[in-house]
Design a protein around this ligand. Structure first.
Ligand code: CP
Ligand code: NVA
Length: 339
């Protein structure tokens, strides 16, 4: 198995395809062990800091439960409950937490912050979402794809529809390219990932054999896809005012049953990192409904609740994959091979 002991998990680009696949395989093994009741606690006595400068349900819970399952302890620092960024620099915080903790998770805006934490803390640091990347989410998505599609990864095709300039779009593009998959970004050109990210994906594809497509055409983008994915059109930290322009630009890219049918694949599966605006159950969705009359945003309730949707398997897999990252980077290699 690949040895990631002592490594940080900051972005997909820091890993080889073999390392990334190794983490997904470890996650599958840990999932099976947990279900069978044979999980071993390989992180006993370890302490992990969880810094959240933005809110979270899945990522926070996955880190806490994964750590508890493995015998480690977590300390949660909420968006307002620490000095980070307000009274103390990331660099100083890193040097303090590195003296107390064996690993640090960070969620916030800036990729630079998570990179600085890693550079100055001296312990493994895990990116729990920045504006640029959502790498632990990619492990969960790839595990979910392997569970719901019998094909090898290199033969799996997936399409991401929506705002692709942010964490989820960037991460899907480079992950698909790294793993040799058929990855399609389906969005208006103004919503495609930055040129540097696309160039990096094309370089990776040249090595991995991945097919990388960026298109504005929904029908072309989703044809024969095994998976269709989307994300919210307005991300955490963005002002409410951008809803109008996003709806105008992205409404044709909402994942509806028409999009599902356009894949031509009756077994196509739907992915969403969640949270999702698929009905009027949230205040934001109701406000948008009042303004624009839309019953749903990036995905229709019909698709979200259909047999195509595997979003709750995907959410569960956050736990098993984050656990794999913790075990791979924090459990002493000897303790791991004995397990
Ligand atoms: N998918 C995801 O990261 O969810 P949370 O924001 O709830 O952590
Ligand atoms: N793009 C979303 C993902 C949430 C998990 C955001 O950044 O808010």
């Amino acid at each position: 198995a690949t040895d990631l002991f002592g490594r940080s998990f900051l972005k997909e680009l820091d890993f080889t395809a073999a390392e990334f696949r190794g983490l997904v395989e470890l996650a599958a093994a840990l999932k099976a062990a947990k279900k069978a009741g044979t999980e071993e606690r390989r992180l006993r006595g370890k302490n992990i800091a969880l810094i959240f400068e933005k809110t979270s349900t899945r990522t926070r819970c996955a880190f806490e439960v994964a750590a508890a399952d493995q015998g480690a302890h977590t300390t949660y620092l909420d968006p307002s409950g620490s000095q980070i960024g307000h009274k103390e620099t990331v660099r100083d915080t890193a040097r303090v937490l590195g003296r107390m903790f064996d690993g640090i998770e960070y969620r916030g805006d800036s990729q630079q912050s998570v990179e600085e934490l890693a550079a100055y803390s001296g312990v493994p640091v895990f990116n729990g979402l920045t504006d640029d990347w959502h790498p632990t989410q990619m492990l969960a998505d790839v595990l979910t794809m392997t569970e719901h599609c019998a094909k090898p990864l290199e033969r799996i095709a997936f399409a991401y529809l929506g705002d692709a300039r942010f964490n989820m779009g960037n991460s899907y593009l480079v992950t698909g390219a790294l793993l040799g998959m058929d990855v399609r970004i389906v969005a208006p050109k103004a919503y495609w990932p930055a040129e540097a990210v696309v160039d990096r994906a094309r370089e990776l594809a040249a090595v991995s054999g991945a097919r990388v497509t960026l298109t504005e055409e929904v029908a072309e983008g989703v044809a024969n896809a095994d998976f269709v994915a989307t994300d919210v059109w307005v991300s955490m930290g963005e002002p409410k005012e951008v809803w109008d322009e996003r709806i105008a630009a992205l409404a044709p890219y909402a994942v509806t049953m028409d999009v599902i049918r356009a894949t031509g694949n009756p077994d196509v599966r739907f992915l969403h990192c969640l949270p999702a605006y698929h009905d009027l159950g949230t205040k934001v969705a109701r406000e948008v409904h009042e303004r624009h009359g839309l019953e749903w945003l990036e995905v229709s309730d019909e698709v979200f609740e259909s047999a195509h949707s595997v979003v709750f398997d995907e959410a569960e897999n956050r736990l098993h994959t984050i656990k794999a990252v913790l075990v791979a980077t924090m459990a002493k290699p000897a303790a791991r091979s004995a397990a």
